[in-house]
Write a protein that binds this ligand. Structure first.
Ligand code: FAD
Length: 363
């Protein structure tokens, strides 16, 4: 069987998921090249900072990525404990004032829609009863979702790739086409998968000025949410760009509380006033998180900031030839890179097949 030589640029959730799915195909020789790898914490490397859970954000027309990812994340949660994913109950709350204003406080209008498309995707979706809603809430819904401990899941993806022969190399690339010369096979790669996330903004050959940061400030605490409830209200009172959520990670990963959704903000440092508001809202929403003791009852592991890779026009998954190298782009996943990871990788593989067919037919 002829070999297709592939270099994946990027070791975030997008690159690693693509590398794993590509490596499962016989005949693919896959190398991953990245500046940052799982284990690193850097503001410009988004994946380790994510919660991460599944709260569908796309509208129905753009739901393929999330639709096609959910079955695999649910399977991993049920059948593969080593992946660091567990089932948790998501509770989405629509505030009266947000419903009246037709706004979602910045996170996602589709998530807070009154009759959301994803009710057909989530097995046990139900609307909350009036007696389950707090003051000021218009309505809400609940369904079984997952929470991913990214500190376990990203290395798990690496280990799955290694078991299939993927080779990992560190590299800081000035131009996307340099990746083609970095295959571990010593041959020039037939194609490059560009999963460079936010850094697509300044990667030579791409320089995508539609990409922008969406700043996410978080606090990770040792406390666990009562009954594993992951709360997401449609908005908060306070400065623009602030949101509220909490999710308890699998396998002792603590609880990630957030947060912010600040478009165009590159600041990688935690703001302490924001941190206090994040914690205050979390204990108001989930008093049991701190045993009713307020923020004094929170045991902080760390404060952090990650920059989500936003993109005007949405995610970019397409192929093009750059300086003679076939490139399949997969970047710009904003706040849904995990919950869309397998769906996006599926599309990347379709594009890789198209390119591999063309490359081989010329031999
Ligand atoms: P990244 O993780 O940034 O990886 C990019 C990779 O490309 C890195 O390895 C980097 O080193 C490499 N790279 C880039 N340029 C170069 C270069 N020139 N040379 C070499 N290497 C290069 N998503 C969810 O699905 N659910 C959630 O609950 C969720 N919560 C979030 C909460 C916060 C606070 C944040 C910040 C994000 C959250 N997200 C969530 C979004 C999710 O984290 C991102 O969409 C996702 O991590 C993007 O992954 P990526 O692989 O595309 O990019």
């Amino acid at each position: 069987m002829p070999t297709t030589t592939i270099v994946v640029l990027g070791a975030g959730v997008s690159g690693l998921t693509c590398a794993l799915q590509l490596a499962k195909r016989p005949g693919n020789a896959v190398t991953v090249v990245a500046k940052h790898m799982p284990g690193d914490y850097d503001t410009e490397y988004t994946s380790p900072w994510a919660g991460a859970n599944v709260l569908p954000m796309a509208d129905r027309a753009n739901s393929r990525w999330e639709r096609r990812t959910w079955p695999e994340l649910r399977r991993l949660a049920k059948e593969v404990p080593a992946a660091g994913i567990h089932l948790q109950t998501a509770r989405v709350l629509r505030r009266e004032k947000d419903v009246a204003a037709g706004a979602s406080g910045g996170l996602s209008d589709a998530l807070f829609a009154l009759n959301p498309w994803y009710q057909e995707l989530m097995d046990d979706y139900r609307e909350l009863g009036r007696d389950e809603l707090g003051t000021g809430m218009h309505s809400g819904c609940e369904f079984t979702s997952v929470c991913i401990n990214t500190a376990i899941y990203l290395p798990w993806l690496v280990s799955q790739c290694l078991a299939l022969g993927v080779v990992f190399r560190r590299g800081v690339l000035g131009h996307v086409s340099e990746a083609a010369g970095l295959s571990h096979t010593g041959q020039r790669a037939d194609l490059v998968v560009n999963a460079s996330g936010l850094l697509a903004y300044r990667l030579g050959g791409v320089m995508d000025r539609a990409v922008y940061p969406v700043r996410g400030q978080i606090v990770v605490v040792r406390n666990e949410a009562p009954q594993g409830i992951m709360l997401a209200p449609s908005g908060v009172d306070g400065p623009e760009g602030e949101i509220s959520y909490a999710m308890t990670r699998a396998a002792g990963g603590g609880t990630v509380i957030g947060g912010t959704y600040q478009k165009g903000n590159w600041d990688g440092n935690p703001d302490w006033n924001t941190a206090v508001r994040i914690m205050q809202r979390a204990v108001e929403l989930l008093p049991g998180l701190a045993d009713g003791k307020g923020i004094e009852g929170l045991s902080i592991i760390r404060h952090g900031v990650g920059l989500r890779p936003g993109r005007d026009g949405g995610v970019r998954i397409e192929k093009e030839i750059i300086d003679g190298t076939w490139v399949v782009h997969n970047y710009g996943h904003a706040g849904w890179g995990y919950q869309g990871s397998y769906g996006c990788a599926e599309r990347v593989l379709e594009l890789v097949d198209e390119i591999a067919g063309q490359v081989k037919s010329k031999l």
